[in-house]
Design a protein around this ligand. Structure first.
Ligand SMILES: *Cc1c(COP(=O)(O)O)cnc(C)c1O
Length: 269
């Protein structure tokens, strides 16, 4: 597989950084990224898959300087879960990369994709589409409506939206942060009709109440059902540091990994 060269490339970047000794944090990030790519390679092989999921590095709680380091190591997809933190960070990363690219400062970091993965309030829709071009947490019709009204403030013409599904089974009545499986097709229709929004596929977090594999298997089934009507909505965003292997085994196309790349987060807010 051509992409499995990624871990080797990162290991050799880490060795070079070790020789100069200038930026131990970049070296650390190169090593942890290489390890995560090795885990993905092994999981892909174990699952007998011919495709390889993409890695989104979740940078929440970590500073813009770390995102810039990741960018220089080749990372082009990062994930954030709080608008206030992400908006400021995206602007700061752009400045950091522009400072290092005097030839074309405006273009610096244009190929860095920000994925919004946290619960999204409708009143934050305008802010989020200012920097993020992938929203993994679309879970209700009112949010689709709010997003549809943001076309004129978006720098990117099209925002890819994933429907976040609550995989708890049975689904409690206090469902929050995730649509019920039976609401997927209505939300898919709403997204398809909204100007400038593209339906990318489905996203889920494994429920705490059960092992991840059966939950991700249900997500794969929901995705197959969705793709019967909308074959282009083929993204499955699933799998984090603790359960990426189970997600790869069940067809995840996008993994969201934070801790195992950046380290333990400071105390949760
Ligand atoms: C924080 C977060 C992740 C990353 O989790 P890790 O355990 O740090 O890998 C993935 N998805 C969502 C929705 C998150 O909030």
């Amino acid at each position: 597989m051509d992409t499995s060269g990624e871990s080797q490339r990162l290991r050799s970047a880490a060795r070079q950084l070790a020789e100069t000794g200038e930026d131990p944090r970049s070296q650390e990030l190169a090593e942890s990224l290489a390890s995560v790519h090795e885990r993905i390679d092994q999981a892909v092989e174990a699952a007998g898959r011919s495709d390889r999921p993409a890695l989104i590095v979740v940078t929440k709680f970590f500073p813009a300087a770390d995102v810039a380091r990741l960018y220089r190591l080749g990372v082009r997809d990062v994930g954030e879960n709080r608008d206030q933190e992400a908006a400021a960070k995206a602007a700061e990363v752009h400045e950091l990369l522009a400072a290092g690219n005097s030839a074309e400062p405006a273009a610096a970091g244009q190929d860095l994709h920000w994925h919004f993965i946290g619960q999204l309030q409708s009143n934050k829709a305008r802010s989020v589409v200012g920097y993020a071009d992938h929203l993994h947490s679309v879970d209700r019709a009112s949010l689709v409506k709010a997003l549809a009204k943001t076309a004129e403030v978006r720098p990117r013409a099209v925002v890819t939206c994933l429907i976040q599904v609550d995989l708890r089974d049975p689904l409690p009545s206090d469902a929050r942060g995730g649509a019920a499986p039976e609401d997927i097709s209505t939300l898919a229709d709403a997204l398809e009709e909204a100007p400038g929004l593209r339906l990318g596929g489905l996203m889920a977090v494994a429920p705490l109440e059960e092992p991840p594999a059966p939950a991700f298997a249900r997500l794969a089934e929901l995705s197959a059902t969705l793709r019967m009507r909308r074959p282009e909505a083929d993204m499955i965003s699933a799998g984090m540091s603790g359960d990426l292997e189970a997600a790869v085994a069940h067809g995840a196309t996008h993994l969201r990994v934070g801790r195992d790349v950046l380290g333990e987060r400071p105390l949760q807010r």
